[in-house]
Design a protein around this ligand. Structure first.
Ligand code: ADP
Length: 469
């Protein structure tokens, strides 16, 4: 007979295992109970092994649920952390903005104080030149109260301006409004009490992000005293030059008479001395003439005696004169100019001086036997002339000063100590007066000076006519 194991015995074995299970997971006890109930109802006889497995599965499920819950809560913790970090950086940014605003306000106050106490006149206008701000120096310089100039047009005749000619104002407005570039120049102005003064003025446009003019800032310095000192200096130079020119000229004539033997025969030695004296005298006369030209140019006394000039003929005549120099040094000049070059209305004497100066410089500042090339041609409405040499060049660092008064290159002073540094200054003034432009390029292998002259020429000037002697 088959022996059936009593349930009691099984239960007692199960009882051994349950405390262990319950220690691991209490909910599994309920499942054991549930298994017992199911066993009662369905006649299912679970073994303790089965119960153990059920508990293990339950435990695993619970563990998975626990891990999921843990991961979820960890995720939300990370999200919260990110949110907090974002909020923190926003607050940090707002704080920095506040600090900057505070600094700006402080800087703005400093800036305002600086503008208020500046000795130069500072005004801010809208794009149409209507004054929005004027510092106290406006009153010191022009006599107009800053508060009373607000809303008026800067530089108009109701204030301190209106004394320059139309061309001047046109160029001024074109530069600052159309080209949107700063303008620097000297204005003749009138104080509230009618006294004329000179102002060194810089007007700069202030642009917005789209490049449109938002404001103009004008800074003016009264330079009337400096102008007066300059004028007195020029007058003195002019007076001395005039006084010296006559005696120097007569010395020159007598020396010429001595040289050509009109005053008797000279020994070889005496002749050499006289030639030296004559050359020095000629240099002095040249210097005096140049100084007089400078004072005329600066005093705007030079008026053009316009004639229809054939530049080809003018330059060819000049080359005849410079032959003496080229003959001595073995240098040669190559001229490239077409036959059909149009004539230009120019002052032939003035323009001749410019070509002469440029050609002589090219010869003087080149070594013996080197060529000088002159090229003249028409380009559209202009005549272009280029004088190219293969000489000592102009040092790069000094190139910005080339057309200024008394400039002499440091390299040239060593090889040729005699020179005035006025030729290019005068040439520029003459070319400007003739409506043209003068420029240069100088690299390691020599220098090219260029002149651009409009074929239509210059408008005839009606002023007092004086010519360069
Ligand atoms: P000057 O010849 O009497 O010194 P300029 O005004 O004619 O006066 O020239 C000014 C200076 O410019 C010269 O001293 C020289 O340093 C420089 N310069 C002018 N032309 C040339 C040139 N062709 N090559 C090199 N330097 C030049």
């Amino acid at each position: 007979m088959k022996k059936v194991l009593p349930i009691k015995h099984k239960n007692s074995r199960r009882k051994d295992k349950v405390p262990l299970l319950s220690a691991l997971a209490a909910p599994s006890i309920n499942l054991s109970v549930l298994a017992g109930i199911i066993a009662q109802v369905s006649n299912w006889q679970p073994t303790s092994q089965t119960l153990l497995e059920i508990s293990a599965i339950t435990l695993s499920i619970l563990l998975v649920i626990f891990i999921i819950v843990l991961i979820r809560s960890n995720k939300s913790l990370i999200q919260n952390k990110e949110k907090l970090e974002k909020q923190y950086s926003e607050i940090e940014e707002q704080y920095q903005t506040l600090v900057r605003i505070k600094e700006d306000v402080r800087a703005g106050k400093k800036f305002e104080l600086a503008v208020k106490s500046a000795s130069d006149q500072i005004i801010i206008t809208d794009p149409n030149g209507i004054i929005l701000y004027a510092n106290p120096a406006v009153e010191a310089i022009s006599g107009f109260e800053p508060m009373k100039v607000l809303g008026k047009k800067a530089g108009s005749s109701t204030l301190w301006g209106g004394r320059m000619d139309k061309d001047f104002y046109d160029t001024f407005w074109h530069t600052i409004k159309e080209e949107k570039k700063p303008y620097k120049g000297t204005f003749e102005n009138k104080k509230r009490n009618g006294v004329i003064y000179y102002a060194q003025t810089t007007v700069s446009p202030v642009l917005d992000e789209s490049g449109e003019v938002q404001f103009f800032v004008g800074i003016e310095r009264d330079i009337t005293r400096e102008k007066e000192v300059d004028r007195m200096k020029d007058e003195f130079v002019s007076l001395v030059s005039h006084q010296m020119r006559t005696p120097l000229s007569s010395v020159g004539w007598y020396l010429e008479m001595l040289m050509d033997g009109s005053l008797g025969n000279l020994s070889e030695e005496q002749r050499d001395c006289i030639i030296n004296m004559f050359e020095s005298n000629q240099r002095m006369v040249g210097l005096i003439n140049t100084l007089l030209d400078v004072s005329r140019i600066e005093g705007r006394e030079i008026a053009m005696e316009l004639k229809s000039v054939d530049i080809k003929n003018l330059v060819e005549d000049l080359l005849e004169e410079t032959k003496i120099k080229t003959g001595k040094s073995g240098q040669h000049i190559e001229l490239d100019v077409p036959e059909n070059l149009p004539k230009v209305d120019l002052d032939p004497q003035l323009i001749r001086n410019v070509y002469l100066n440029l050609i002589m410089n090219a010869l003087k500042y080149s070594p013996d036997n080197s060529p000088v090339e002159i090229e003249i041609y028409q380009e559209g409405d202009f005549i272009i002339s280029k004088i190219r040499d293969y000489g000592y060049g102009i040092p790069k660092k000094e190139q910005g000063k080339v057309f200024s008064k008394f400039f002499r290159g440091s390299n040239i002073k060593k090889v040729d100590p005699i020179g005035t540094g006025l030729g290019l200054y005068l040439s520029k003034a003459i070319i400007r007066e003739s409506g043209g432009d003068i420029w240069f390029e100088s690299h390691g292998d020599g220098t090219t000076f260029g002149i651009t002259l409009p074929i239509q020429g210059v408008k005839h000037k009606q002023e007092k006519v004086t010519t360069i002697a």
